[in-house]
Design a protein around this ligand. Structure first.
Ligand code: SAM
Length: 308
């Protein structure tokens, strides 16, 4: 066993694993994973494949969100008895939107040495290639899925000046972009970083509104990190008047400026960062409200199809 693993009581390592590309496994992680007494893995079947690839045959045990309360203290006992344990998750850094942080806390409380084996992480990899400010940033991981907590968080970050970092699954990307636009407006510069370190790695650098339009037309596939520039009072004030227009008002304004109906709908969706279907629905709603009101109030917008 190496010097690093040679304490009287054992110790806990938190090791990064690749987020796609196996070559991102570090020499040091491979060595210590091979020398440790036990590996605590989020999903043992998934990790066994990775470990076999590196010819690591250390015993594995499962440690995840649903067994951490029973399993954590057991692992601490083992370390107090002299074992060196390495905690890994399915990808990237344990403890970052993954199990690991709770075990680190338990180990620290028990006086056990906790040490990192650094490596791949999706949030920071996306941030450094985003082209946005990297001097100050806030990582939020996954937004609360729905409801009050989600609204409260979005409200809280509205005026946060730091770069914002989120994780998102492909099937939730459009809904999340739409909520982010409602809270932050469509004009903020933003980046989606997709499939980092994998064959189809892609950075999409646009405004939030343009990203929503893009994913309306290109189905999101793969894993995503969303990076958004922080609040900048000057930009927001400049962008405000247009953002405050409703879709119906904006279509009407663009038509008054001479744009055709379909182009006005497309431009409105882009400027407000909503889907064309949302614009269409807003126009439909206004038309049907107008129809149920007395004739004298019937001054609604042009019909969605651009016909009288
Ligand atoms: N512990 C991991 C880390 O350090 O990055 C994060 C695990 S979290 C459960 C999984 C999320 O991370 C995905 O839904 C996605 O948002 C992001 N992610 C992981 N791998 C990624 C990749 N190769 N490209 C883009 N995003 C990725």
């Amino acid at each position: 066993m190496s010097e690093e693993c040679n304490n009287k009581i054992g110790m806990l390592y938190l090791s990064a694993t690749p987020i796609g590309n196996l070559e991102d496994m570090t020499y040091r992680s491979v060595r210590i994973l091979g020398e440790a007494d036990l590996i605590a893995a989020e999903d043992t079947r998934h990790s066994r494949k990775l470990l076999s690839h590196f010819d690591i045959h250390t015993p594995l045990t499962s440690y995840h969100e649903h067994n951490k309360l029973e399993k954590g203290p057991e692992l601490v006992e083992k370390m107090l008895a002299g074992d060196t344990i390495v905690c890994i998750s399915d990808a990237g850094l344990p403890g970052i939107s993954d199990p690991g942080a709770h075990l680190a806390m338990l180990a620290i409380e028990a006086g056990i040495n906790v040490s990192p084996l650094p490596g791949a992480n999706a949030a920071l990899s996306a941030l450094i290639c985003s082209g946005l400010d990297t001097t100050a940033f806030t990582f939020y991981g996954f937004l609360p899925r729905t409801g009050k907590k989600r609204r409260e968080l979005l409200e809280r970050i509205k005026q946060s000046p730091e770069t914002l970092i989120f994780y998102e699954a492909p099937h939730h990307l459009k809904g999340t972009l739409s909520d982010l636009i409602k809270a932050l407006g469509p004009q903020r510069r933003a980046v989606t970083a997709r499939e980092l370190t994998k064959t189809f790695e892609e950075f999409n650098r646009r405004t939030l509104g343009e990203l929503a339009g893009y994913y309306d037309e290109h189905d999101p596939k793969g894993e995503f990190v969303i990076i958004i520039e922080g609040f900048d009072a000057e930009n927001e004030v400049a962008a405000e008047p247009e953002q405050q227009l409703s879709p119906v008002e904006m279509v009407a304004r663009l038509e008054a400026e001479g744009m055709g109906h379909k182009d006005a709908m497309r431009e409105t969706a882009k400027k407000l960062g909503i889907s064309r279907r949302d614009v269409y629905q807003a126009l439909l709603n206004t038309s049907s409200t107008a129809l149920t009101e007395p004739a004298s109030h019937c001054s609604g917008p042009p019909s969605p199809e651009g016909k009288a």
